[in-house]
Design a protein around this ligand. Structure first.
Ligand code: 48F
Length: 251
């Protein structure tokens, strides 16, 4: 066994995948619950989709549950998504269900990868391609390059649709705001679980030609309330974006 053979296997496999994913139907940015669920339903519907995540792990805000108590809650309307993924839950009264955050994060991750979504972690999306008034891809760089501020030029990925699933900061839509391409990102409002859950799904939409927003990014773009450790809206938002995009792709 030679070390260089191990290296060759890794380099070949990784770069074949990267080469194979430079032109996508859909590029999802951010592997939190809404982005991962969007990726899953897009792949299941026949789209070529990859997720770009700046951290090492995928799952975003799921892992810590609430205040580090690693349990999360979903409401009745999101149960069918848990059933689709095969995540266990138990009734907690008043139409709520409680589940293990570790099981949710790991199962979403595993099922999404098995559905055919390529996840590129440790890659930060630092900008967007915008041509003729339409978002048409991503500008990407290694997270460590972004963290250290080294002057290293990025690479690009073409996509027919981009999904901003970057959570509370709506990081991807911010690039449009700073160029005056969208008017405002009001940011999330004070906590109101029921309203926030409802509005997250309602505001999941194409926010600029070629760009969808899901989850907390959709909330931030609309100035809707935050909702804390209830996750049904995130799952429903990811699925809604996926189904709309599939329709626009003619899938
Ligand atoms: O924040 P996050 O989990 O997004 P979400 O799908 O879910 C929100 C909930 O976790 C929670 C909540 C629930 O009720 O309020 O907060 O809206 O995941 C966002 C992911 O995007 C990544 C980030 O590391 C995280 O994993 N991300 C953010 N900016 C970038 C990025 C970027 N520029 N490039 C790549 N990944």
């Amino acid at each position: 066994m030679r070390e260089v053979e191990i290296s060759r296997a890794i380099v070949e496999a990784y770069f074949n995948d990267l080469l194979g994913n430079l032109q996508l139907d859909v590029a999802v940015v951010g592997a939190g619950p809404s982005g991962v669920v969007a990726g899953y339903y897009l792949a299941k519907g026949g789209a070529k989709v990859a997720i770009f995540e700046k951290k090492l792990s995928i799952g975003g805000g799921i892992w810590g549950g609430a205040m580090g108590f690693n349990r999360v809650v979903v409401q009745e309307s999101a149960r069918e998504i848990l059933d689709e993924f095969g995540v266990d839950y138990r009734p907690a009264g008043n139409g709520l269900y409680v589940l293990d955050a570790i099981e949710l994060a790991s199962t979403l991750a595993s099922r999404t990868v098995k559905a055919g979504v390529k996840v590129f972690n440790m890659i930060e999306v630092e900008d967007l391609l915008v041509k003729d008034g339409r978002v048409s891809g991503l500008v990407i760089n290694w997270t460590p390059v972004m963290m250290t501020g080294l002057h290293v030029d990025p690479l690009t990925v073409e996509a027919r649709f981009v999904v901003d699933s970057t959570g509370h900061g709506a990081q991807i839509s911010q690039h449009l705001l700073k160029r005056g391409l969208i008017k405002a990102i009001p940011g999330e409002g004070p906590m109101w679980a029921e309203k926030g859950e409802e509005l997250t799904v309602e505001h999941t939409r194409e926010v600029f030609p070629g760009l969808y927003a899901t989850g907390m990014a959709a909330n931030a773009l609309a100035g809707a309330p935050r909702m804390g450790p209830i996750f049904g809206g995130m799952l429903l938002s990811g699925r809604k974006a996926a189904l709309e995009i599939l329709q626009k792709l003619g899938k």
